[in-house]
Design a protein around this ligand. Structure first.
Ligand code: ATP
Ligand code: MG
Length: 390
């Protein structure tokens, strides 16, 4: 246990009243992610320290870069707050570094330490100049050596690894993500997690019109999202009967509008049952006929629950960029059919009328069908991350 990682918090430090709760949640989330590795965590309200074995370093860093609520991850050396110990450590650390220019930045929060930060910069700077062939560059140094002198010890580090930022997952409670096999909804889920919303997922399937491969693709997406949280549940909604009824009885141009109103109704019911405070989906304004503002008004009209649309105002290219970054893209573009695509009419209406939609809906006995749907949900827990499904 000789190595130490310092975790700097991001935005959560600005949330004064909630800080304790946020930090506790972050600690839990980190503990859970690193559960199979031998570590110890110490936390303060301004930062966290993780002690670990050098051999686990890479795995730990990989996992921490997928935890929300972290501003940066800093691998540091920890010595007693004592001038000679600090000097020796600096020399030892710099042996492994390549640099021509450098800067020392000391922060002294332990005011019992007898030397000011400025003076100490000069002392350590002098030591480095004497031992290495290099120059000081205060504006753009190749090596920035940070020395933090604190009561609990002195921390020396040079590289900071950027964290994901955001808030620790779960600080906001749960939301229900409508997860299709497309590009947009996994990105929406990721962005919701980033704001601290824990997610459960729901997927509408219409066998035999949609295949097992399409369902497994969605499970795979949930597994990828699970790397940013844990134990995601995915609810598989048997949607065939409702879709067939719509297709049979409702004029083609309103099929999608009515289908999406049914999806929202089911999403609301399931959210309430599962204690989810909001519905989350991957709608993006104007992307397809059902996502014009006029369509959204008619579709959204069936629920009073807040519907969070994290990608509403992003361009498709911006969404794709995020999906590549979070590694859902490769799965999303696999060519399996979705329940939305199989019944797509030639000319879906882009300006639906609410009254008309309500009147058409009277042609199907949807309440009973919805209850039946909810009764027959299959719930899958995502535990393993690497399972091969496709
Ligand atoms: P995506 O790329 O996420 O599939 P999309 O551009 O294909 O989005 P739509 O098919 O109109 O858009 O769906 C809009 C949103 O509705 C999706 O982002 C998703 O949140 C939800 N949705 C669509 N189909 C399903 C489904 N079969 N199961 C669960 N949610 C769905
Ligand atoms: Mg889709």
């Amino acid at each position: 246990m000789e190595k130490l990682i310092l975790i700097k918090y991001g935005e959560l430090t600005t949330k004064k009243d909630n800080r304790k709760f946020f930090v506790k949640m972050l600690e839990n989330n980190i503990q859970n992610k690193l559960a199979n590795i031998n570590i110890t965590i110490e936390k303060t309200l301004s930062r966290m320290y993780i002690k670990y074995d050098k051999k686990n370093e890479q795995e730990i860093i990989e996992k921490l870069t997928k935890v929300f609520g972290i501003h940066s991850i800093v691998i540091c050396d920890n010595v007693n707050t004592n001038i000679d110990d600090i000097k020796n450590k600096v020399i030892e650390i710099l042996k492994e570094k390549q640099f021509k220019t450098f800067k020392v930045s000391t922060k002294r929060s332990d005011k019992n330490f007898p030397i000011t930060s400025m003076e100490f910069n000069n002392i350590i700077g002098g030591l480095i100049l004497k031992n290495y062939n290099c120059k000081v560059d205060v504006h753009n140094p190749e090596l920035l050596l940070n020395i933090e002198i604190r009561k609990e010890g002195t921390f020396i580090y040079s590289d900071e690894i950027k964290g994901l930022g955001g808030y620790p997952v779960k600080v906001q409670g749960k939301g229900m993500l409508m997860l299709s096999g497309g590009i947009d909804s996994p990105v929406a889920g990721y962005l919701a997690l980033k704001r601290g919303i824990d997610i459960e997922c729901m997927y509408f399937e219409s066998p035999p019109h949609t295949s097992l491969a399409a369902k497994n693709k969605v499970i795979k997406l949930a597994q990828t999202l699970n790397e940013y949280t844990q134990n995601i549940k995915i609810h598989i909604i048997p949607f065939t009967k409702i879709q067939e009824e719509i297709y049979k009885k409702i004029p083609g141009n309103y099929n999608i509008t009515i289908m999406r109103r049914m999806m929202y109704r089911i999403a609301e019911k399931l959210s309430k049952k599962r204690n989810c405070k909001v519905i989350i989906n991957g709608e993006s304004i104007g992307q397809v006929a059902s996502q014009t503002l006029s369509s959204m008004i008619v579709i959204n009209n069936v629920t009073n629950m807040p519907v969070i649309r994290p990608v509403a105002c992003l361009d498709k290219l911006e969404i794709i960029e995020i999906s590549k970054k979070i590694k859902t893209y490769e799965t999303s573009i696999l060519p399996y059919e979705d329940c939305c695509t199989i019944f797509v009419p030639k000319h879906p209406i882009i300006n639906p009328n609410l009254e008309t939609a309500i009147n058409y809906e009277k042609l199907i006995n949807y309440e009973e069908l919805i209850n039946e749907c909810i009764k027959n949900i299959e719930t899958i827990k995502i535990e393993k991350q690497e399972e091969e499904l496709l």
